[in-house]
Write a protein that binds this ligand. Structure first.
Ligand code: ADP
Ligand code: MG
Ligand code: MG
Length: 909
C-alpha cells in the first residue's frame, strides 16, 4: 500500500494468512469474513480479496463514485493474488480468471448473483487452452461468462426490465437451443468445441442487439463492471424491498469478493459440492452433503443433474445406487472430512460449506452457519452441549422460538409448500398447518367432524356461540378481526391453526361460498392453511406431524428451565385447560377468566342463571339468581385449584360486556322471563336497556363489581370457600383474586372491603386461621398505569392486560383493526401488529412507569403479564428486563415463553 495513513478498503486473503477474520462480518460481509477465517486456520482457499462494505456506503454517499484510493488498493490486491496463484489476470499466455461474488452481512435475495470466469476473452482463452489442453472446457467457460455477465451485470444490476420472455438470458438460451438443433444435439454436453466457439460470436452479436452495448472483451473492464454491478444491486428494487421487509438498514452496504477461479468442470477428476457438518434436516451428527463430478458453480443446487451423496452414511433408498465422493475420490474425501470437523470445532456450530475439486485438488469456497429446521436445531443444541462444544446459554440461543412451532404443531410439508403460491393471506393467529374441507357454521363443523372429516370453519368472524364448531374444526379461518379477536384468542388457547382477517375473502355463510379474486369455494372444498404465516392454499397439502412427545423436546425445555429466572404461567379458563397447562410446564395460572364457565360444554345451566342475574332488576332478584349460580362457580374454582394444587391461580372477577350474554332467541327469552316471574315485554325492555354503544368501554370489569357489589361478593366467596374446603382436605390452594379494568385506586379500595369481609366470614365459617392468597389488579387502562403508586397501596400484584392496554393506548379497537391494520403493515406505518408484538416504544413506557411506581409503594409487588404478548418472544424478553415475576400465555405458547425467558437470561450475560 502506497500510503500507510490512507483508509483500508481492500482485504487480501490467500496463502497462509488473510488480512481479515471471521469477526469482521460488518466490514467484509459474511462470505468475505469467513473466507479469511478459513485461510487463517490453514484451509486451502483460492486467493482473492474483499472490497469492504464501506466502499458501498461511500459509493452511494458520493454520487456513485469510488473513493480515490480504491483503484490502487484493488490493483495491489490483484497483484498479490496473481503471485499466490502463479497466474496473471488478463495475460494471454497464463491467464488468471476470477469470480466476483457479492457478500452482504448475511445472504440477501436481490443481490447480484456470482459471476464466474471473469477475465476470459478471445485472447486469454488461447493461453488457457494451451495450459489445459481442453479447448471444449475453455469455450464452454467463455460462453457461460457471456451469458452470466450479460444477464446479471449488464441487464439485472443495471436495472433494465425487459418484457416477459425478452430478457437477454432467454434470448441467449434460445441461440444455444438453435445451435443444438442445427447439430442434432440433445444436451449441452453434446456440443463440440467448434460449436461452442461459434456460439460465442453469436452470443456477442446478440448481447449488443438486446442490451445496446457490446459485451466487454477487456478483462479489466469485465472485472470493474462486475464489481460495480454488485454495488448497483444493493440499491436494486428487490434488494431494497427485502431490506425494508427485514428491517436491514441501508447503511450496512455490501462487500464484494474477487476470488481466483478453480475449476470443477475440467473432467472426471474434478467436481463441485455443498455439504453440512451435520444433517440439517434431522440434526444427526454425521457429515452430510452432495457433489457432482465435472460441474461448475451452482450445478449442484440448480437441479440440472441429480447430485450424488457425499458419503456412504448419507445414502438412502433413492441414492443407494449413486457414487459417493467417499468411494470415488477417497483421499480427497478424507481431506474434506478433516476440514469439516476442524471447522465445526472452530465455529462451535453446524456449518454449511461449499467446495470445488480441480483435478483431485480440494479447494474450500465458502462456509457459514448452516440453516436447520426446528427439530434439527433442538437436537444439535443438546448434542453440542453434551459434547462440550457450547455452553448452556449458547445452547438455548441455538433454537429460534418460532422453530419450536415445528415441534409443537403439525406443519405443512415445506417441500410441498415451496412449490405453491397462496391464493389469499391473513393474519397468522394460530400457528401450524392444517388441511380440511370448508364448512360455514358451527353445527356443520360438529356434524362433519363426527363423521371423521377434517373441516375448516370459515366465518366472517367468530363469536362465543361458535365455540363448539371451533373445537370440532381442525382450523379456523375468518375474513375479519385481528390478532386478539375472538377467533384468534380461542384458537391460540387450544393450539389450533387459525388465520384471521383474510380481508380479500368474501365469506358468505348463507350462500355457503367463499369468493376471492379469481374464483369461488363451496362447502366441502379443500383448503390448506399455514397459520404460522397466514397463507391460504387451494387443495389438500401434505402435513408433517407434531413432535410433542419428542424426548429431545422435553430435555431442551428442561435446559431452558435451568437457565431462566422468570416464572411462566398460563392463561386457562377451565379445570381441563389447567391440567393441560400443567403438563406443558406452566408454573401457575396467570389468568382464569371466570366468565368462560358460561360457554361451551355443560354451560347451559350456569349460563341460564347468569342471564337471569343480568336481567334482574332489584338487589333481591339479583341475590337470588347469584345464590343459584354460586355452587357452579365454586365447583369450577375448586376443580381448577385442585388441578393446580401448590401453584398460584389468578382468578379474574367477571369482566364481559353484559349484553353479550343477553339471548336474542325469543324462546330463550321467554324461559328467562318465566323464571324471573316477569312478562315478556318487561324482559325485553330490561334486555334492551343493557345495550351499549361502546361496550368495550362500557359497564364491565370493576365497574360491575362497584354497581353490583353482590356479584363480587359471590365470586370471592366461591374462591375462598373452595380454598377452605381444599385446605381441609390437606391441599395447598394458592388463589389470587384479580380485579379487572381498574382506572383508579378508589375502585380497588371499594372492592377490597368486600374481599376482606368475605374472607373473614369464610375463615369463621370453616374454623381456619388463614387462606394464603393475594389480591391485585389488572393494569390495562393507561390511567391505571400512570397512577400505579396509588393503586399499589391496595394491590399486592399487577398483571398487565396488554391487549386492552394496547387497544386503549393506541386507540385501536381490537375488533375492528382488520379494516386498516393490514395496510398499515404493508405501508410500514407500523413495523408489526402491536397486538401481536408488544409496542415497547409506546405501550412499553406505560408499563415501565407502572412497574416503577408500583415498586415505589410496594417493594415486593408481584408483576406479571396476561395479555397475548406473554407468549411472544420479544415481549417476553422485555418483561424479563423489567424484572417481572412471571409471564402468562396460552398453554400452547408456554414452551415458547420458557425458551424466550431463557434466551433473555442468556443474552444478558
Ligand atoms: P451464493 O451467495 O449464492 O452462495 P457464491 O458466491 O457462493 O454465491 O457462488 C455460487 C457458486 O459459484 C459457488 O458455490 C461455487 O460453486 C461457485 N464459485 C464461486 N466462486 C468460485 C471460484 N472462485 N472458483 C470456482 N467456483 C466458484
Ligand atoms: Mg446463489
Ligand atoms: Mg455460496
Amino acid at each position: 500500500m502506497s500510503n500507510t495513513n490512507e483508509k483500508k478498503y481492500v482485504y487480501f486473503f490467500g496463502g497462509k494468512k488473510a488480512e481479515g477474520e471471521a469477526t469482521m462480518k460488518n466490514l467484509l460481509g459474511g462470505k468475505g469474513a469467513n473466507l479469511a477465517e478459513m485461510v487463517n486456520i490453514g484451509l486451502p482457499v483460492p486467493a482473492g480479496f474483499t472490497i469492504t462494505t464501506e466502499v458501498c456506503t461511500a459509493y452511494y454517499a458520493n454520487n456513485k463514485n469510488y473513493p480515490q484510493e480504491l483503484n490502487a488498493q484493488v490493483m495491489d490486491a490483484l497483484k498479490r493474488t496473481e503471485a499466490e496463484m502463479g497466474m496473471i489476470f488478463g495475460d494471454k499466455d497464463n491467464p488468471l480468471l476470477v469470480s466476483v461474488r457479492s457478500g452482504a452481512r448475511s445472504s440477501m435475495p436481490g443481490m447480484m448473483e456470482t459471476v464466474l470466469n471473469v477475465g476470459l476473452n478471445n485472447q486469454t482463452r488461447e493461453g488457457l487452452i494451451k495450459k489445459t489442453n481442453n479447448p471444449r472446457f475453455v469455450y464452454d467457460s467463455q460462453r457461460r461468462l457471456i451469458q452470466m455477465y450479460a444477464d446479471v451485470v449488464m441487464e439485472k444490476a443495471a436495472g433494465l426490465e425487459p418484457e416477459e420472455g425478452k430478457g437477454v438470458r432467454q434470448q441467449l438460451e434460445h441461440e444455444l437451443q438453435k445451435m443444438k438443433d442445427a447439430h442434432g444435439c440433445k444436451s449441452d454436453t453434446d456440443l463440440t468445441a467448434e460449436n461452442l466457439k461459434d456460439l460465442i460470436e453469436i452470443y456477442k452479436v446478440k448481447v449488443k442487439e438486446v442490451i445496446g452495448k457490446p459485451f466487454p472483451e477487456d478483462a479489466m473492464e469485465q472485472l470493474w463492471g462486475a464489481v460495480s454491478a454488485v454495488f448497483q444491486s444493493w440499491n436494486g428494487k428487490r434488494a431494497i424491498s427485502y431490506r425494508r421487509f427485514e428491517g436491514i438498514p441501508e447503511e450496512w452496504g455490501t462487500a464484494v469478493n474477487v476470488q481466483s477461479m478453480v475449476f470443477g468442470n475440467m473432467g472426471d477428476t474434478s467436481a463441485t459440492g455443498v455439504a453440512f457438518t451435520r444433517n440439517p434436516a434431522t440434526g444427526d451428527n454425521y457429515f452430510y452433503g452432495e457433489w457432482l463430478a465435472n460441474a461448475q458453480g451452482e450445478d449442484v443446487v440448480a437441479g440440472i443433474r441429480t447430485p450424488n451423496p457425499i458419503n456412504e452414511i448419507g445414502k438412502d433408498e433413492h441414492t443407494r445406487h449413486l457414487h459417493s465422493l467417499e468411494t470415488a475420490m477417497p483421499v480427497v474425501y478424507q481431506e474434506l472430512n478433516k476440514y469439516q470437523q476442524l471447522l465445526e470445532k472452530h465455529y462451535h456450530n453446524m456449518l454449511d460449506i461449499e467446495f470445488t475439486i480441480q483435478d483431485q485438488k480440494l479447494y474450500m469456497l465458502q462456509c457459514r452457519v448452516g440453516k436447520r429446521n426446528g427439530p434439527a436445531a433442538v437436537r444439535m443444541a443438546l448434542d453440542m452441549l453434551k459434547e462440550g462444544l457450547i455452553t448452556k446459554e449458547e445452547a438455548v440461543l441455538r433454537v429460534e422460538p418460532h422453530q419450536l412451532d415445528e415441534l409443537l404443531h403439525p406443519i405443512i410439508d415445506p417441500a410441498a409448500e415451496k412449490k405453491l403460491k397462496p391464493f389469499a393471506k391473513g393474519l397468522p393467529a394460530g400457528p401450524g398447518g392444517a388441511a380440511g374441507q370448508i364448512v360455514f357454521n358451527s353445527e356443520d363443523a360438529v356434524e362433519w367432524a363426527k363423521k371423521g372429516k377434517l373441516v375448516i370453519l370459515a366465518r366472517e368472524e367468530t363469536n362465543p356461540e361458535d365455540i363448539e364448531g371451533m373445537r370440532a374444526a381442525t382450523a379456523i379461518l375468518t375474513a375479519r378481526g385481528g390478532m386478539t379477536s375472538h377467533a384468534a384468542l380461542v384458537a391460540r388457547g387450544w393450539g389450533k391453526c387459525c388465520i384471521v382477517g383474510a380481508g380479500t375473502l368474501k365469506i358468505n355463510a348463507s350462500a355457503k361460498t367463499i369468493t376471492y379474486d379469481g374464483g369461488v369455494f363451496n362447502e366441502g372444498d379443500w383448503v390448506t392453511l399455514n397459520g404460522s404465516k397466514g397463507y391460504i392454499y387451494k387443495g389438500e397439502l401434505p402435513m408433517i406431524k407434531a413432535a410433542e412427545e419428542n424426548p429431545d423436546f422435553q430435555s431442551f425445555m428442561n435446559l431452558c428451565d435451568s437457565v431462566r429466572t422468570m416464572k411462566i404461567r398460563t392463561n386457562a379458563d377451565s379445570p381441563e385447560d389447567a391440567k393441560k397447562a400443567r403438563a406443558f410446564g406452566a408454573e401457575g395460572i396467570g389468568l382464569f377468566r371466570t366468565e368462560h364457565m358460561f360457554y361451551g360444554l355443560n354451560s347451559e345451566k350456569p349460563l341460564f342463571l347468569l342471564r337471569k342475574m343480568i336481567a334482574s332488576n332489584t338487589v333481591e332478584e339479583r341475590r337470588a339468581a347469584l345464590a343459584e349460580l354460586f355452587p357452579y362457580a365454586k365447583a369450577n374454582v375448586k376443580a381448577t385449584l385442585e388441578a393446580m394444587d401448590g401453584l398460584p391461580v389468578t382468578f379474574r372477577t367477571l369482566d364481559p360486556p353484559l349484553h353479550e350474554f343477553v339471548p336474542n332467541n325469543p324462546e330463550e327469552r321467554s324461559k328467562l322471563a318465566k323464571s324471573l316471574n316477569v312478562s315478556a315485554t318487561e324482559f325485553n325492555h330490561r334486555a334492551d336497556a343493557l345495550h351499549e354503544n361502546n361496550p368495550m368501554m362500557g359497564h364491565r370489569g370493576v365497574r360491575l363489581g362497584i354497581t353490583y357489589p353482590e356479584i363480587t361478593e359471590m365470586q370471592v366467596r366461591a374462591i375462598f370457600e373452595a380454598s377452605a374446603e381444599l385446605i381441609k382436605d390437606k391441599k395447598n390452594p394458592l388463589p389470587e383474586i384479580m380485579i379487572p379494568v381498574t382506572c383508579a385506586a378508589s375502585e380497588l379500595k371499594d372492592q377490597y372491603q368486600i374481599v376482606d369481609r368475605v374472607y373473614n366470614e369464610v375463615l369463621a365459617k370453616f374454623g381456619i386461621k388463614e387462606i394464603k392468597h393475594l389480591v391485585g389488579t389488572m393494569i390495562e387502562i393507561p390511567r391505571a398505569a400512570l397512577t400505579a403508586d396509588k393503586i399499589a397501596e391496595y394491590a399486592q400484584f399487577f398483571s398487565f392486560g396488554t391487549n386492552d392496554l394496547t387497544q386503549m393506548g393506541f386507540g385501536f379497537s381490537r375488533d375492528d383493526i382488520g379494516s386498516f391494520l393490514p395496510e398499515y403493515l404493508e405501508k410500514k406505518i407500523l413495523p408489526v401488529d402491536p397486538f401481536n408484538v408488544l409496542d415497547q416504544e409506546g405501550i412499553g413506557q406505560l408499563i415501565e412507569i407502572a412497574v416503577k411506581k408500583g415498586r415505589a409503594t410496594r417493594k415486593d409487588i408481584h408483576i406479571g403479564i396476561c395479555g397475548e404478548h406473554g407468549g411472544e418472544p420479544s415481549s417476553v424478553e422485555f418483561c424479563h428486563r423489567l424484572g417481572f415475576t412471571y409471564v402468562s400465555c396460552s398453554p400452547f405458547r408456554v414452551p415458547i415463553a420458557r425458551l424466550a425467558a431463557a434466551q433473555a437470561v442468556a443474552r444478558a450475560k
